[in-house]
Design a protein around this ligand. Structure first.
Ligand SMILES: [Zn+2]
Length: 89
């Protein structure tokens, strides 16, 4: 199944990758605000507070189907200037 780019396993992996990126950015910002590393606890709190809407925004975003997902997927955009659809199989 690893060759099937549209396979659910791959899409799921990308979703988790993007969510992880988002958490890391938010964690970094929070760290700057508090002037200390918010640590592992912050990640748990983030998931409790944000995983729901993040998942919905992901489902509705254009960039989740884009070849450049790792550049702009984090923005969860409905419109995107650099959107490039994945190759048809
Ligand atoms: Zn995009």
């Amino acid at each position: 199944m690893l060759t099937d780019i549209e396979g659910n396993g791959i899409v799921m992996q990308e979703y988790l990758k993007i969510q992880k990126q988002k958490i890391e950015i938010d964690k970094w910002n929070e760290g700057c605000r508090r002037n200390t590393d918010p640590g592992q606890e912050y990640i748990i709190e983030w998931i409790e507070a944000n995983a729901g809407w993040f998942r919905e925004a992901w489902e509705g975003s254009l960039c989740k189907a884009c070849r450049k997902i790792l550049i702009c997927g984090i923005e969860l955009r409905n419109q995107c200037d650099i959107y490039r659809p994945r190759e048809e199989k």
